[in-house]
Ligand binder design. Structure first.
Ligand code: 8YV
Length: 321
């Protein structure tokens, strides 16, 4: 395999993706699928031209600076790249690519799953049935939040936010959004732009978080901002846990200020804030937004398309650094 680019693959990937890696690259796989910490990434990347990582691998500036000079590209198997210090990568001329587009539908589907599950108390109901505590049907039992026709506020109207809006229109929801810039009318599809994200919150019967994790969005949803939301609102997060201030969200779900939350992502996952586990009005998923066979295959192929282009001397389609 002399001449093939040498790629360190940190995690176990779909079989078809690993087969293409083995065919086209001099690939080093991780037989145990254990998560790489920074020191191991630095040590094991020696002798490779690039690294294929997942968002489980953290590459802050201190790690990027220690990577051996032969590493020229980090391809991440994710659309999010908050686990990689992009400025540090740029500073040392390291290319970084991500996998947008291919996970938009699966993530938007998961967003609606969480929205409906949280609003209609799916966790409480499911537990009641399974634990044989379903006494009888009650005219006023298990009442949830009505979804159809309500206002949905979308924070971050990129590819995923727009796919959420498209689905929510099927529920006749009124779509409001905040984004760094206003969308064209073709992309807006009638959604109402709020230049001020704090103002967006005032109309949020439902809030869906679909923006990237950045310094600006860190702990965006805090106690002051939750206070601006309508009483009995529902919060859904399929973006990144760091956008939410956990203590504030847990307090609002405990007091009843917020009716419910549906969360697929958490700060410091999988070591989530334990307060969430005790809340019956919280529907919790283990970061499965993109977890369909079709999507994970497509993410792997997209990451490989980027590596292929890079090593062919062409600009990778999804270059973020
Ligand atoms: C991935 C994600 O499952 O793409 C992202 O940003 O959060 C998920 O699709 C995860 O990040 C794996 O790298």
């Amino acid at each position: 395999s002399a001449g093939k680019p040498r790629i360190l693959v940190t995690r176990k990937l779909p079989a078809a993706v690993e087969a293409r890696l083995a065919r086209d690259y001099d690939a080093t796989f991780n037989p145990t699928d254990s998560v790489f910490d920074g020191a191991r990434l630095v040590a094991e990347s020696a002798g490779h031209d690039g690294i294929l990582v997942c968002s489980t691998e953290k590459l802050p500036a201190a790690i990027i600076e220690k990577l051996p000079p032969e590493i020229k590209i980090v391809a991440t198997f994710s659309v999010g790249h908050d686990h990689i210090d992009i400025a540090a990568a740029k500073a040392r001329g390291l290319a970084v690519t991500n996998t947008p587009d291919v996970l938009t539908d699966a993530t938007a589907d998961t967003t609606l799953l969480l929205l409906l599950a949280a609003a209609r108390r799916a966790y409480e109901g499911e537990r009641m049935v399974r634990e044989d505590r379903w006494g009888r049907w009650e005219p006023t039992g298990m009442l949830g939040v009505h979804v159809t026709g309500k206002r949905l506020a979308i924070l971050g109207m990129g590819r995923i936010g727009r796919a959420v809006a498209q689905r929510a229109r099927g529920f006749e929801m009124e779509i409001h959004y905040n984004n760094r810039s206003r969308l064209s009318p073709e992309l807006e599809q009638g959604a109402i732009f709020h230049e001020d994200p704090e103002e967006l919150l005032t109309v949020a019967d439902f809030l869906s978080i679909n923006c990237p994790a950045t310094k600006e969005t860190h702990h965006f949803l805090n106690a002051d901002r939750i206070a601006r939301m309508p009483d009995g609102a529902v919060v859904v997060n399929t973006a990144r846990g760091s956008i939410v201030h956990d203590e504030s969200l847990i307090a609002a779900l405990t007091s009843g200020k917020l009716a419910a939350a549906g969360l697929d992502v958490f700060a410091n996952e999988p070591a989530i804030h334990p307060g969430y586990r005790d809340l019956p009005n919280c529907f919790l998923l283990p970061h499965i937004g993109s977890a369909t066979k079709e999507t994970r295959d497509a993410m792997g192929f997209r990451a490989l398309d980027n590596l292929d282009a890079f090593f062919a001397g062409k600009p990778p389609r999804d270059r973020v650094a």
